[in-house]
Design a protein around this ligand. Structure first.
Ligand SMILES: O=C(O)CCC(=O)C(=O)O
Ligand SMILES: [Fe+2]
Length: 728
């Protein structure tokens, strides 16, 4: 049987042909456009309410019976909302008495009911006082029931409302409502279940360069529930109402994780690095979108009256054409977009518990978005908006010194083409088991880690709040009580990943779909055994590829296709000499993926059997590598071996990064041992200071290996292996 939600959807203009229909074809119900903008707006809004189909369909089944009621309702509407509705038109429609018109008329009634409590009561008053056909009350009952469901009215609100209704009407069938438990007790669960959602990801091309996508099922319900508990417990207490430039507090609570920065004349103080409990979600969002994020804004809407006004996330610190990834948790709320020059929304979506919405391309340049207040009782909703903050042009302060963005040679969000986006919305499971792109899931443990005590974002350390950029773009947002114009920027809105097979190793930690998200681990080169085997050979474990890493920065090599003249990549904002950053480091991954060695030298031509992958990176990618190491550890490793070069240890900045990276590793309960192998004398002092931090993780300094740089690669591995043996 045809899926009713699809059928219904198909009849609205909310489908992937939005652009086409919006621009070139007259919309359904176009006659209403002329009548009143507000009527259209309300109709648009209602067309989303798929679950109202139940009401509508029952009326369609018995149109004659419903007709009288609707006519009455329309008259009532006419009286109550004359200015808004141009209701003569509506009545004319009703006179035609065909199903489509009846449908849209009822939709209007429902919309109005939903639009504002006072007006709705007014409407019901009219409905109930009217000496209309006998089944009028039954329509009213259905309206109440379904609107109650949609608006998640709790039992006591419904009773109160019905009490009031009762006082307005002597109609016994209305009084009966009070005794109808089905109407009086729509639970949260039944609400969620009653809302048909489409599987897969929908795309809307708002214009040639602006795309919105929505995946209703990004998280499974249990994952979303766990995330909700985590947010309620760990994040909500941190959230507060920030004051706007006009000192008016934002009409919702906000918590910000990432570097401090200012927006719209306000300063947003960071609540710290992204909590480790959100890391799995972050990684899943990164994997699903193929973008990187270094910060997350959490909006907490405590009830339906809290909102965010029209705004665009177009702050300069967020870069050009920011990519926004927004996860919704909790009560469903409406999300609206409108062209900056328009007065009414062009797209309106329900954001469900566990959904992932993205905005890309010129969305922020050309459109505003908002979460309007919704009357009637609504529960709490969390929204997590993942962003990438760049250097603040006003102050020179850096939003984040995390891994570089991918180059911007290719626009990912190709307008009018769902395919590339669909492809980039890859399965989010870090496991290598294949999953359908239609059923993106994140790992079961995604929300189970409530550990917020340790930092996980390496880059969020030392940035002072920046001066105001004061780039509020939209007066509406002020009128609406303040906008969150903290933009949302993906690190790599234009991620381009080399598909060069020769770069496979270098791409290993790249989460982009082009790189496949996982990396096949190569077979051992030969069967020889050596001391190096001892270092790496451990009982076989399932092979995993490197999970998404914040950045892949493969050093250009002569045979690489990397163009030196390619787009400028994000670099750490430091005073250190560039040569420090360009220093090569190698990431060596053991055959069983259980050991990782980061070491300062290229391991060219190294063919040890135990080593399966050698990746070269510039030092600037180190934080990303460590993060990858921690991720990998979480899946299967026992220890991480860090071998760090002099240059790295000798700059304050890198020490900081290192210590944060170690925090990250430490947060991973599987990492029990971190071997820090400094290659020069000052390492000891560093080791001491880090040791305090690291407890209870074992940190071992390695005087025997110095100076590391004098070892050839195989010698180094052998020496390290024998040294490790002495430790056991
Ligand atoms: O809550 C939402 O879904 C939207 C939030 C938003 O637009 C923002 O924080 O910039
Ligand atoms: Fe926004």
């Amino acid at each position: 049987m045809e899926n009713p939600s699809r059928r219904w959807r198909g009849r609205t203009f909310y489908n992937s042909n939005y652009q086409k229909q919006n621009r070139r074809q007259p919309r359904k119900n176009e006659h209403l456009d002329d009548a009143s903008k507000q009527a259209r707006l309300l109709l648009d809004k209602l067309l989303r309410c798929y679950h109202h189909r139940a009401v509508i369909e029952s009326i369609i089944v018995e149109p004659q019976r419903a007709y009288g009621s609707l006519q009455q309702a329309a008259r009532s509407l006419d009286q109550a909302f004359r200015p808004a509705f141009a209701s003569d038109k509506l009545l004319q429609d009703l006179q035609a008495a065909n199903v489509a018109h009846i449908e849209s008329s009822l939709l209007k009634i429902l919309t109005h009911y939903d639009a504002a409590t006072e007006e709705s009561e007014n409407l019901l008053r009219q409905l109930c006082n009217d000496k209309g056909p006998p089944d009028l009350a039954s329509v009213a009952r259905q309206v109440i029931h379904h609107v109650g469901l949609r608006c998640k009215l709790d039992a006591s609100t419904v009773s109160k409302f019905l009490d009031r209704l009762n006082s307005l009407s002597n109609d016994p069938s209305v009084i009966d409502l009070l005794a109808t438990p089905a109407a009086a007790a729509p639970t949260m669960t039944s609400v969620e279940e009653s809302q048909p959602r489409q599987e897969g990801t929908d795309f809307w091309n708002l214009d040639d360069e602006s795309t919105v996508s929505l995946n209703n099922f990004f998280l499974q319900k249990n994952q979303a529930d766990r995330l909700e508990s985590f947010l309620a417990k760990e994040v909500a207490p941190l959230a507060c109402r920030h004051s706007s430039a006009s000192e008016r507090p934002e009409p919702r609570l906000i918590a910000w994780f990432g570097p401090d920065y200012s927006y719209s004349g306000r300063q947003l103080r960071s609540n710290g690095p992204i909590p480790s409990g959100l890391q799995p979600l972050l990684e899943s969002v990164e994997t699903a979108t193929g973008k990187r994020f270094n910060s997350v804004l959490v909006n907490v809407y405590q009830n339906g009256s809290q909102f965010v006004g029209w705004h665009a996330d177009d702050e300069a610190v967020l870069g050009e054409r920011p990519f926004i990834a927004s996860v919704s948790i909790g009560c469903t709320r409406t999300f609206e977009l409108k062209a900056k020059s328009a007065t009414s929304p062009c797209l309106s979506l329900d954001l469900f518990h566990g959904s992932l919405l993205t905005m890309s391309g010129d969305c922020q340049a050309n459109f505003f978005h908002r979460i309007p207040p919704q009357h009637h009782k609504r529960g709490r909703r969390f929204n997590l908006t993942f962003r990438w903050t760049h250097e603040d042009p006003n102050t020179g302060a850096t939003g984040a010194s995390l891994a570089p963005s991918a180059p911007s040679a290719t626009k990912t969000a190709t307008p009018n083409t769902a395919v590339p986006l669909t492809a980039s919305m890859a399965p989010v499971d870090l496991d290598e088991s294949a999953q359908s792109a239609e059923h993106r899931r994140i790992p079961e443990d995604v929300c189970s880690n409530n550990d917020t005590t340790t930092a996980s974002t390496i880059a969020a350390s030392s940035n002072e709040p920046t001066a105001s950029t004061n780039t509020e773009t939209n007066a509406d947002s002020v009128v609406d009580g303040g906008a969150t114009t903290i933009g949302d920027v993906a690190a790599s809105a234009d991620a381009t990943i080399s598909n060069d097979p020769s770069a496979a190793a270098g791409a290993a930690s790249d989460g982009s779909p082009a790189a496949g998200g996982t990396t096949e681990v190569a077979s051992p080169e030969n069967g020889c055994t050596s001391a190096a085997d001892d270092l790496f050979v451990t009982p076989p474990l399932p092979r995993v590829g490197l999970p998404a890493s914040p950045a892949k920065r493969r050093l250009p090599s002569p045979d690489s296709e990397d163009s030196p003249g390619g787009p400028e990549r994000h670099r750490p904002h430091l005073n250190d000499s560039p040569s420090t950053f360009e220093q090569p480091v190698s990431l060596i991954i053991s055959r069983d993926c259980r050991n990782l060695v980061l070491c300062p030298k290229p391991f060219e031509g190294l063919k040890l059997p135990a080593i399966t992958e050698v990746h070269e990176y510039s030092l600037s990618a180190l934080p990303s590598l460590l993060r990858s190491a921690a991720l990998r550890n979480r899946q299967c490793a026992q220890s991480t071996v860090l071998v760090l070069p002099d240059e790295l240890l000798s700059t304050d900045h890198w020490r900081e990064l290192l210590s944060e990276a170690i925090d990250l590793l430490r947060a991973d309960s599987l990492t029990r041992k971190i071997l820090l192998v400094p290659s020069f004398a000052s390492g000891e002092e560093l080791t001491q200071s880090l040791s305090k931090k690291l407890s209870p993780v074992t940190l071992i300094a390695s005087p025997p290996l110095k100076p590391i740089v004098s070892f050839s690669a195989p010698d180094f591995i052998l020496a390290l292996a024998s040294w490790l043996r002495t430790l056991n």
